[in-house]
Write a protein that binds this ligand. Sequence first.
Ligand SMILES: *[C@@H]1O[C@H](CO)[C@@H](O)[C@H](O)[C@H]1NC(C)=O
Ligand SMILES: *[C@@H]1O[C@H](CO)[C@@H](O)[C@H](O)[C@H]1NC(C)=O
Ligand SMILES: *[C@@H]1O[C@H](CO)[C@@H](O)[C@H](O)[C@H]1NC(C)=O
Ligand SMILES: *[C@@H]1O[C@H](CO)[C@@H](O)[C@H](O)[C@H]1NC(C)=O
Length: 655
Amino acid sequence: MASIFIHGVSFFFFFFFLFFSVSLSDPRISEAGSICGTFKPPPKSRFIPTFIEEMEAISELLTTRNWTTHFVNSTPPMFALSQCFNDLSHNDCLLCYAASRTALPRCLPAVSARIFLDGCFLRYENYSFYKESTDSLRDSVNCTSELGEIDESDKLGFGENVRVVVENVTRTAMANGGFGIGEVNGMFGLAQCWGSVEPAGCRTCLEKARRSITSCLPSREGRALNAGCYLRYSTVRFYNDKAEEQDHDDQNGFSGRRAVAAIVLASVASLIIAISAAFACYTRISNLKKKKKKQSLIPISFRDSDVNFKYETLEKATNYFSPSSKIGQGGAGSVYKGTLPNGKIVAVKRLVFHTRQWVDEFFNEVNLIRGIQHKNLVTLLGCSIEGPESLLVYEYAPNRSLDQFIFDKKEVQILNWRQRFNIILGTAEGLAHLHEGCKMRIIHRDIKSSNVLLDENFNPKIADFGLARHFAADHTHLSTGIAGTLGYMAPEYLVRGQLTEKADVYSFGVLILEIVCGRRNSSFTENSTPLLQTVWDLYKSGRLSEAIDSCLNKDYPAKEAMDVLQIGLLCTQALASLRPSMATVVKLLSSEGERKVSIPEQPPFLNPCGASRRSCRVSSLVSKLDVSSCTSTDSGSSSSNLPSRTGDLTELNPN
Ligand SMILES: *[C@@H]1O[C@H](CO)[C@@H](O)[C@H](O)[C@H]1NC(C)=O
Ligand SMILES: *[C@@H]1O[C@H](CO)[C@@H](O)[C@H](O)[C@H]1NC(C)=O
Ligand SMILES: *[C@@H]1O[C@H](CO)[C@@H](O)[C@H](O)[C@H]1NC(C)=O
Ligand SMILES: *[C@@H]1O[C@H](CO)[C@@H](O)[C@H](O)[C@H]1NC(C)=O
């Protein structure tokens, strides 16, 4: 019964997304093709940091335009071009770029790569290629299509339609600054030249594309992927219509016909969400009731509070969302402190409806969180879905978040060793529960000190574990292309977008070091050594105890503190497969007496020269997006037994 219902809900959602994405906009992030170069950069070059710097720079530039080039002067130099197709809205352009940028690193460390998504293009090289229009070796067509092939009898007319539409859109593109869309008898086409390609190059490129794309016949869909342009035909209307797009182009994206469509869709959506959220809440209540019968461990607060909250109640509880009651800002929305009529204090998370991601996140959050209960995870008390915006109600953590206690020492009390240890252990348990304790595997992907909340007894509770699966709506996530916080992000996730539980383990390791040392890992300040580097260096020279927060006044069990730090280093090893699972971490932390903590390997992004060589410049990608290679003059021996940059990267690749 329940499963039928869930199927029904997912079916609705499927439809909803289909409808919504077609009707409003679609970043078209499906991949049409990619080419990785075969040459590798010379050993010891700072190639990966250059790549990341390049991608960040393009991210910035794309906030004001729909295509851009950027050059990073290093050895080897890096030239990059990113082009969104002109029919994409600005937001979709950023999303498409983020997707391309997340996919491209699988080519690393090749000195050249290009990727064609159906909405944008991204390429980098070690030379200036911006004006290239064709490439006899690498231009290609992609005719594979789930739409299949056309019936034998329709072939003639079909081929003719393809030729006409392709002719039409390429001609339009040549006449209109490199972009054209069009339809002929139910056949749709789009042609796009890169902004950096000159008109003559655009013409050459499109003519070649037009010729080569006919080799796709009788596929229902074909794409030509050339050095300077992209051409596609399809029996499905895949592009955003310009005429309607203009309506949509204003900031909010809702006006005229679009607004009507959006409102209708929104009501349908609300209904569906209402049903599923109500169902989620309902399941929760009945689960709670069941559990309550079995054992009386359920928080007493549930007894009085209705899981389905009224919008007005929460509005009043938070004093109409007054700025003074705001306690935080997460990726998915602002958080307010509220007092319910019964006097109970709660945290209300406000999810504002303005993008498609909203639905995604809301659904994610409600769906993920219901049924997940653990003493170290923030409890979802309920939700409100009938008001103008959707609200989630969480238990309130009176001591707010951990970051204030470990970093803003002047402001608040200093945590003693016992408290710190309990926070580390509790967070590990909560995370282990997310990874292995519940029916589905949940990767938090944004473990950091501000996401660890503290209750009145300083017990940790992990917050925000419903983070959007794809892209969160806010800019910081867009600019990294991946959800997460720089400084806590595992190298394989940061560079390749590879996401496993081990990415959480890495973030958790950084958190351990921060808690024990009382310092932030990445402060983005020029001159400070990243914490990870400091701890690693001290560890290598056998002076690990010097890393421990001086505010503790040596009032801690020395062996335990060192063990914990060493566990932190185990969790932050460069190679994901070496990091322990969270379950192992919990076991290690909670074992009484002798802990057998294995010897950690080097964390990522550090100077490969190690701590002992004096002239090595210490820097870190995590703090500066810049890994310098060893500037010491020693050669030969060091390069043979220490991993070079490229070597490090190869290690990241599980193959
Ligand atoms: C061709 O495009 C389809 C649809 O995006 C994609 O699934 C497929 O992998 C592409 N083929 C190649 C060879 O890249
Ligand atoms: C993208 O840029 C081109 C010119 O570079 C412009 O003609 C086009 O309208 C832009 N498209 C959008 C959606 O802003
Ligand atoms: C680009 O890299 C290739 C392969 O390493 C090399 O042969 C070529 O000289 C490089 N070009 C420039 C401009 O550095
Ligand atoms: C493309 O097709 C449209 C509609 O069929 C037509 O109005 C337009 O003139 C054509 N453009 C070109 C360049 O052939």
